[in-house]
Write a protein that binds this ligand. Sequence first.
Ligand SMILES: Cc1cc2nc3c(=O)[nH]c(=O)nc-3n(C[C@H](O)[C@H](O)[C@H](O)COP(=O)(O)OP(=O)(O)OC[C@H]3O[C@@H](n4cnc5c(N)ncnc54)[C@H](O)[C@@H]3O)c2cc1C
Length: 284
Amino acid sequence: MSEIMTTPATIDPMLPQPFVVRQVIKETPDTFSLTLEPNGAGDVTRFQPGQFSMLWVFGVGELPISISGDPAEGSRLVYTVRSVGQATNALVSSGVGDGVGVRGPFGTGWPAEAARGCDVVVVAGGIGLAPLRPLIYQVLGKRNEYGRLVLLYGARSPRDVLYRKELAAWRRHRDTQVLTTVDYGGLSWGGHVGVVTTLFKYARLQPTRSVAMICGPEIMMRFVARELETQGLNRNAIYVSMERNMKCAVGFCGHCQYGPHFMCKDGPVFPYERVRPLLERYEL
Ligand SMILES: Cc1cc2nc3c(=O)[nH]c(=O)nc-3n(C[C@H](O)[C@H](O)[C@H](O)COP(=O)(O)OP(=O)(O)OC[C@H]3O[C@@H](n4cnc5c(N)ncnc54)[C@H](O)[C@@H]3O)c2cc1C
């Protein structure tokens, strides 16, 4: 059911396209959203929610990052990056006007078209909200084409909550329920404390008419998928996004092979049913 969009045939998928940083927004102490605009010709900004790019940071290296902006905004690409090491640190340290090479978009997207007419249940953990944000934009932008939108989002602490203003704005849409939780609250946090699965008792789900999309640490996705099944969702209506270290992004190098799947081209979005046995194992 995943809908695949490939890089336009005229563009060599191994050749980074030149982009320029137009905006940098600090989302949390270690996470930044970068808006990139193409610095050349060609249809290089179309993508499907859930797809990723390979971002080339000159002099440092290349890394996979999900596209986190609105698919309806055709002229730019937005990425939300958490600084965890050399390449991500260099990327979030970029300034307006700096150049970045972009390959892609790559991989499978969330089943946004197939979910039309259904309730959409989005469950995100930490930076996992970034690859799901384009899907949320799409559902809210075409509100009449979808049923209810339920977003359950868990972050480590209040200061790690992404897109705070948008979460508040999404909450005001009709037929939309947005619930946020943190693992550790602290004195100033008046909201829910607990792992993201503890939000299910407040979620108003209609399991038989829902499609669920999950992104976060694998242990979180495993427990969320099990909970969704317990709530009555069909396994075939549950999708997860799997992250593995990858190099070529087009299924040549085998770096991200995981069991029978190449995470870069068969994923990162998979029907839960297909990867359930793999989710129980550590990375090979
Ligand atoms: C399809 C895909 C989409 C991604 N989307 C995003 C995104 O939207 N935003 C974002 O911040 N990050 C995203 N990542 C993760 C990002 O690619 C890694 O954090 C990055 O490659 C780390 O590079 P580094 O040089 O900064 O750190 P390194 O020094 O290479 O690694 C630092 C730490 O991160 C771990 N790590 C490195 N790569 C990965 C990885 N791919 N998955 C899990 N752990 C990793 C390492 O084991 C190490 O513990 C995505 C990864 C994939 C595969």
